[in-house]
Design a protein around this ligand. Structure first.
Ligand code: GLN
Length: 535
């Protein structure tokens, strides 16, 4: 074990979307494989206090930690790669840093002083970096800085890193990720953007210790040496990260180039033997060998991959462990009508009805739920998806054509989905939903209980304001939709199922937040299996 906590800062240059989150996760994975206790933290330079109020078109899905923080989707990668559980302390935005500083100012903590970016904001950033390392005694704290070098917003974070490195000396390094473009017309690989990006970093007082070059073409040694010489970085510390068939191959590719060894050496730790990554490689092999395809539709309103990131990854994990490739087909719920639903879902072996907020696209979700219920197609409703399954059942089986959720229709006479009691007087939007992990008791003998490998209590993460209205519970149960998962304290319905269908389960919680590469989620495992059998 490392004697003192070591800090690895991951920055990015040239362009955004290079996959800093995947690189940070991979570094975490490789250090963990050597027996170190690690955590990964992300600083986001935007002013929002958290991404909970952001439209998924802006930053993709909002991820939720066990302790109820709405966070950037990169935290999902951290957990899926490493199996660690992140917490509130793992995602900090500029907004939160300022909020903390302003609160301290109002309290009088800085009495007499002028509050400035340097030192007050930078001190608060440094405090948040240290806090994580001290609180849980990690060997390594990996800190990913969101945004791209040169952004105005990133400047205080870079200044904080510069100071931090000065203070902890050999206990911190900087890994800088850049992009090396290939100009097809000239048949040339260009390193100038990397050189400029490193210069920019140096002008902020930060010398990168390791460079990771993102590239679509293999870079030969000459290119790597050139970059090394221009950027004051050791030759063996210039690593390339080529496009891979799967993000999960990235740690192996980086390990093959000795990235983890270089990190350890630079931090004054004797690397010792290279670890095997056994179970991880087994997953990759199984993934490669899985040739058969299972077609699953994602019914939702956002036609961008990142909006349903964790669901896609959870399906992929479960597909691999069921020896299949999941081909996810996005079906825009706004375009689904009773007349075209059969066509839209044609060839689908299963359907996920996705989470969401607001009116847009919900009628399409309800039509899809009716179609899959009446055609016995395996269906997994998640959060809003579960609520739509409930509304569909109320409308078409219980005979309440006006049934709805209070979220969509304040005046609905059949409010089968209602606002939660504790949510009624909330006026602030940010961070006020029912968030984080809560226990759920599962009815013995139910389909869900079987899917959960006969567990009677599980803990799952939530992000919602509305709930199943328990006044209707008996009616639903009598007509065939069972409330098989309930919160043991509040009696809130967490899971509904129709047991005499192949697989028709809706969860108020988000199981997709806790599926990892080495531990796929039981519900996704069972759902994908049922989809495979339904061909
Ligand atoms: N809009 C619904 C609610 O707030 C569902 C939320 C979700 O799908 N995450 O209850």
């Amino acid at each position: 074990m490392a004697a003192e906590t070591k800090y690895i800062f991951v920055t990015g240059g040239v362009v955004s979307s290079l996959g800093k989150g995947i690189i940070s996760s991979s570094i975490g994975k490789l250090l963990q494989a050597r027996g170190y206790n690690i955590t990964i933290q992300k600083f986001d330079p935007y002013i929002n206090i958290d991404p909970g109020t952001l439209n998924p078109y802006e930053h993709g899905e909002c991820y939720v930690t066990v302790d109820g923080r709405e966070t950037d989707l990169d935290l999902g990668h951290y957990e899926r790669f490493t199996g660690i559980q992140t917490t509130k302390a793992n995602n900090i935005t500029t907004g939160r840093i300022y909020q903390n500083v302003i609160e301290k100012e109002r309290r009088g903590d800085y009495l007499g002083k002028t509050i400035q970016v340097v030192p007050h904001i930078t001190d608060e950033i440094k405090r948040n970096i240290k806090l994580l390392g001290q609180k849980y005694k990690f060997d390594f704290v990996i800190t990913e800085i969101g945004g791209t070098i040169g952004d105005i917003e990133s400047a205080p974070f870079l200044e904080a890193i510069r100071q931090f490195r000065w203070e902890v000396g050999k206990n911190a390094i900087n890994v800088h990720l850049t992009y090396v473009p290939y100009l097809a017309a000239a048949h040339e690989i260009k390193t100038k953007p990397t050189q400029s990006s490193v210069k920019q970093l140096q002008s902020q007082g930060i010398q990168p210790d390791i460079l990771i070059l993102r590239t679509e073409h293999h870079l030969d040694n000459a290119i790597r040496c050139k970059v090394a010489h221009f950027c004051n970085v050791d030759e063996d510390a210039v690593i390339q990260s080529e496009d891979m068939p799967s993000i999960y191959e990235v740690p192996v590719n980086l390990q093959n180039q000795g990235l983890d060894e270089i990190i350890l050496k630079k931090l004054g730790i004797e690397p010792g033997e290279k670890p095997g990554l056994g179970p991880w490689r087994n997953f990759l092999d199984r993934r490669k060998n899985a040739k058969k395809i299972v077609h699953i539709a994602l019914v939702g309103k956002y036609d961008l991959q990142d909006a349903y990131k964790s669901i896609l990854e959870s399906l992929a994990h479960a597909g691999t462990y069921n020896d299949h490739k999941v081909k996810a087909h996005f079906v825009n719920s706004e375009k689904i009508t009773a007349a075209n639903v059969a066509e839209k879902l044609k060839g689908m072996q299963g359907v996920v009805i996705c989470p969401g907020f607001g009116q847009r696209g919900i009628e399409g979700k309800i039509i899809a739920a009716e179609y899959t219920r009446t055609h016995d197609i395996p269906t997994f409703g998640i959060c809003l998806g579960m609520q739509m399954m409930v509304i569909e059942f109320a409308r078409n089986v219980l005979g309440y054509p006006d049934a709805n959720s209070r979220e969509m229709d304040q005046m609905t006479p059949h409010n089968v989905i209602d606002i939660m009691e504790e949510q009624k007087n909330i006026t602030q939007m940010g961070g006020t939903m029912r968030l984080g992990a809560y226990e759920c008791a599962i009815r013995k003998g139910s389909r869900t209980w079987q899917a959960y490998e006969e567990k009677t209590v599980v803990s799952e993460r939530h992000r919602h304001r509305y709930e199943f209205n328990n006044q209707y519970m008996t009616e639903f149960e009598e007509k065939g939709m069972q409330c098989v998962g309930v919160n043991p304290e509040s009696n809130l319905v967490e899971i509904v199922e129709i047991p005499n269908l192949k697989w028709y389960i809706g969860t108020q919680f988000h199981p997709e937040y806790s599926s990892t590469v080495l531990k796929p989620h039981a519900l996704f495992m069972s759902f994908v299996k049922s989809c495979i059998e339904n061909n």
